[in-house]
Design a protein around this ligand. Structure first.
Ligand SMILES: Nc1ncnc2c1ncn2[C@@H]1O[C@H](COP(=O)(O)OP(=O)(O)O)[C@@H](O)[C@H]1O
Ligand SMILES: [Mg+2]
Ligand SMILES: [Zn+2]
Length: 504
């Protein structure tokens, strides 16, 4: 007979939630009754915990065992309850002191042999535990790095249940993990590697400075992928709050690795054959953020974008507007952050032959239909739509190297600061977020002499009203980069030059 409590944590949406575990041993036939988890998870957890305890040569109470996870009504997820449940059971049976469970929390999945296995979402769990006043958390060794990112918590990594029991008994305390060094820049790429392609490089800089989505069209080998991969290298690093938010998303997806803080804008390039859950998030049990949310506050790159399914492209439309993705699933939806800068690359035609000179079997109708696949869903949100030509031999072999990412990043940061200050009263940070209506009216309306080219195009029907607004937004970014307080005719001309590949 005995009763004990332990503290664990689960995940609700993107947040961690403290979970209290009660274990009660009563006289009666040996049974185990567990409640407070989804049914499927309950069965598996019971079997695992029992095997882990007995295989660790620890006493399993051969009487009537009841385990309850609180709050019972909350639909908590995660496989990290095994360890606190096992410890509550052991404490109820007197195998570890109940007092040892009063001040600390435990997280971890158990293997049948008693091994403590890493779980997803330890960072948000640790954040939630710290908020309730917990000062010590025992976590799987593989998750120790991320847990230490939460201030005020002592983190003890554990490899197996027996070691945790030694810690709780005070006979063999577990070591305490130190905070890992911040992750090095994940991208060792540099813009200096891109030869020539002045317009492509400029487009990347403007996209970075204004937060504009970017479409790169051009034949295979033109350097579309090369340019896209280098966008994160010219974006500003994440501030503290953004870094923690992004790192927590990566923790939930189980892709955090060493667990160091993600300080740089992430880059995600899902393949066009990716499933919808892989792209936008979902999955059974504890949902997983998809590439879209792993790219939160960074870059989502759709290479060969017309090859993505219509459903996939359509699924991206709403998040591009709201910065969030709602993943619907049985037992309620989950809302993930998804504020990304989108880069799409496309060949001009489906045959993917080097066709810069237009000599390929595709008809112009086939070509238009191909890039047109992007149109409906995404076209309207992509400010820069650039056609790239293949790099010239002279550029590729030129001895004078191209400018590197650091120099470009410095200009980008300066331009972003100007824009952020200007739009702060509107609640916007970048030019890309500002509505066309704001830019067309005082105090931001431009001089008629400067916008003549735009108005002519609109009147001749070669520019849509949306295209007009996009050109205005881009012109502001060009002006910010070049240090003018408002765009002039030249800036508008450059803005139009950044739309040579306008998606049909
Ligand atoms: N502007 C460039 N400067 C240097 N190398 C280039 C350039 N463009 C293409 N390349 C070379 O060609 C390869 C293919 O480029 P990639 O970016 O994959 O083209 P795309 O995505 O347009 O098909 C690159 O890995 C690089 O070696
Ligand atoms: Mg490519
Ligand atoms: Zn073709």
């Amino acid at each position: 007979m005995g009763y004990a409590r332990a503290l664990g944590a689960g995940v609700v949406g993107v947040a961690g939630c403290p979970v209290e575990i009660e274990a009660d041993i009563a006289n009666g036939l040996p049974t185990m009754r567990m409640s407070g988890l989804p049914d499927a998870a309950l069965h598996e957890a019971g079997d695992r915990i029992r095997a882990a305890i007995t295989n660790s040569r620890l006493p399993w109470p051969d009487r009537r065992l009841t385990v309850n996870l609180l709050p019972a009504a909350q639909p908590k997820h995660g496989s990290g309850f095994d360890l606190p449940v096992a410890c509550a059971v052991l404490a109820a049976g007197g195998a570890v002191p109940a007092a040892a469970l009063a001040t600390r929390a435990l997280i971890g999945e158990l293997g049948l042999d008693g091994r403590v296995r890493p779980v997803r979402g330890v960072l948000p769990m640790a954040v939630a535990l710290a908020a309730t006043g917990v000062t010590e958390v025992v976590v799987p060794s593989g998750n120790a790095g991320e847990a230490t990112l939460v201030p005020g918590l002592a983190i003890h990594p554990a490899d197996d249940l027996a070691a945790v029991v030694g810690h709780l008994r005070g006979t063999r305390p577990l070591a305490r993990t130190a905070v890992p060094a911040p992750a090095p820049a994940p991208h060792r790429l540099d813009l200096a590697e891109v030869a020539g392609q002045e317009l492509g490089r400029r487009a990347l800089e403007v996209a970075a400075a204004g937060g504009h989505h970017l479409a790169l069209l051009g034949p295979p080998g033109a350097g579309k992928t090369m340019l896209a991969e280098r966008l994160p290298t010219v974006l500003p690093p994440l501030d503290d709050a953004a870094a923690l938010e992004v790192t927590a998303l990566h923790s939930l997806a189980g892709v955090l690795g060493e667990g160091a803080l993600v300080r740089h804008p992430p880059f995600q390039a899902p393949h066009h054959t990716s499933t919808l859950p892989a792209l936008v998030g979902g999955g059974s049990g504890m949902a997983r953020p998809g590439a879209l949310s792993l790219a939160h506050r960074g870059v989502l790159f759709l290479d060969e974008a017309p090859e993505f399914s219509g459903r996939a492209l359509e699924a991206l439309r709403q998040p591009l507007e709201t910065g969030r993705i709602r993943v619907r699933r049985a037992g309620g939806g989950t809302d993930y952050p998804a504020r990304v800068q989108l880069v799409v690359a496309a060949n001009p035609c489906p045959c993917a032959q080097v066709a810069a000179d237009g000599l390929c079997p595709c008809t112009s109708i086939a070509k238009r239909r191909y890039t047109g696949r992007l149109s409906g869903a995404l076209r309207d949100r992509i400010d820069i739509q650039l056609a790239l030509l293949p790099v010239r031999a002279a550029d590729l072999t030129a001895s004078a190297g191209s400018e590197g990412s650091a120099a470009v990043a410095a200009r980008v940061a300066a331009a972003r600061a100007v824009a952020a200050r200007r739009w702060a009263p509107l609640g916007c940070a970048t030019n890309a977020e500002v509505s066309g209506a704001v830019l067309r009216h005082p105090p931001y309306a431009l001089r008629p002499a400067d916008t003549r080219q735009l108005r002519d195009r609109l009147d001749r029907g070669v520019l849509t009203a949306r295209g007009y607004d996009r050109a205005l937004r881009l012109a502001w970014t060009v002006a910010d980069l070049d240090g003018r307080d408002r765009p002039a005719a030249d800036d508008i001309a450059e803005a139009l030059a950044l739309r040579t590949g306008a998606l049909t």
